[in-house]
Design a protein around this ligand. Structure first.
Ligand SMILES: [Zn+2]
Length: 307
């Protein structure tokens, strides 16, 4: 109960065949919505921040809110750094009580990714924290960087096997065809499940699915109804997520869905109550909107009553 590291929740998930949701937050309302849903369903939960979120809110604010939330909750909570790009950020997170870090050097040559990941593992394990790394490169908007078709590659399973052995990393995010952001597929959604299965059997460690938001139609319709202009958005359907979990995915990241639900809620409040300027009335309902998304995700991942 309370604060645990990533391996603690993912090894159980791997053994029992479900996935634990990792949800990004940038402010108090998002964090409360995520925790409310996890506590209500007795689900373990991973709360995570990107470098962009840390830059926006300050790590002191994010880490102290997250630690307090974890201590208060009667479920297992992991505080994770999402897409840490440097050892400096990794150390900053570890020193602020994060129990898990991602070192993402997937944009660097393989050898550099390997040595940076190994160094992150050595440092994080001294804090009893876990490390996630990435192989191959996802398309789309990652924090503030846009990766196009030419810049993206799928994971090489044999290389993944060697990488995991050489680095001792705890979890691996293999690029298998998802992308970051709200515009994931132009045609039929498709992930490389064969590749995923091969990576799972060759590495033997818990795998992570990035770019996994479902981009719910309801959020898009609500946002557009109240003034947004979001066209052609498409996410990963629930049945594909469930299949990926069967093939070895133990951690599923969700960021876009929360952003869409949050902003759609703000737009609705402002449009329905143009006279309102009480922040509590405008931002308060976002907690429910975020919570509803997380409840749905926990149902898809099968992590309820496992906390
Ligand atoms: Zn990601």
């Amino acid at each position: 109960m309370g604060l645990v590291n990533l391996s603690h929740v993912l090894l159980k998930a791997k053994e029992r065949g479900y996935a634990v949701g990792a949800f990004n937050f940038v402010n108090m309302e998002m964090l409360q919505g995520i925790l409310d849903a996890a506590v209500e369903t007795h689900s373990p939960v991973i709360i995570q921040t990107t470098e962009g979120a840390i830059e926006y809110a300050g790590i002191d604010y994010l880490a102290s809110m997250a630690r307090m939330a974890a201590e208060k909750a009667n479920i297992e909570v992991v505080i994770h750094l999402d897409h840490g790009k440097s050892l400096d950020t990794v150390m900053l997170a570890l020193e602020h009580g994060y129990t898990s870090v991602m070192i993402d050097a997937s944009d660097k040559p393989y050898k550099e990714n390997l040595s940076l990941t190994k160094e992150a593992v050595d440092r994080a394990h001294k804090f009893n924290a876990s490390v996630e790394a990435e192989l191959g490169r996802l398309k789309g908007i990652e924090d503030n960087v846009n990766v196009d078709d030419a810049g993206s590659t799928l994971v090489d399973p044999e290389q993944a096997k060697e990488f995991v052995k050489a680095t001792g990393v705890d979890a691996l995010a293999p690029a298998i065809g998802t992308s970051h952001g709200a515009f994931k597929f132009k045609g039929t959604p498709r992930l490389d499940m064969k590749r995923l299965e091969l990576v799972a059997s060759l590495t033997g460690i818990p795998l992570v699915l990035h770019g996994a938001s479902s981009v719910p139609k309801g959020s898009i319709e609500k946002a557009n109804k109240y003034g947004a202009n979001i066209k052609g958005a498409a996410g990963v359907p629930d049945d594909i997520i469930k299949q990926a979990i069967k093939q070895g995915i133990c951690k599923v990241n969700t960021d876009t869905d929360l952003r869409l639900a949050f902003t759609a809620s703000v737009r609705e409040e402002l449009a329905k109550h143009p006279e309102e300027f009480d922040l509590r009335k405008i931002l308060g309902p976002t907690r429910q909107a975020v919570k509803a998304i997380v409840l749905n995700r926990i149902g898809v991942f099968g992590s309820g009553n496992r906390g």
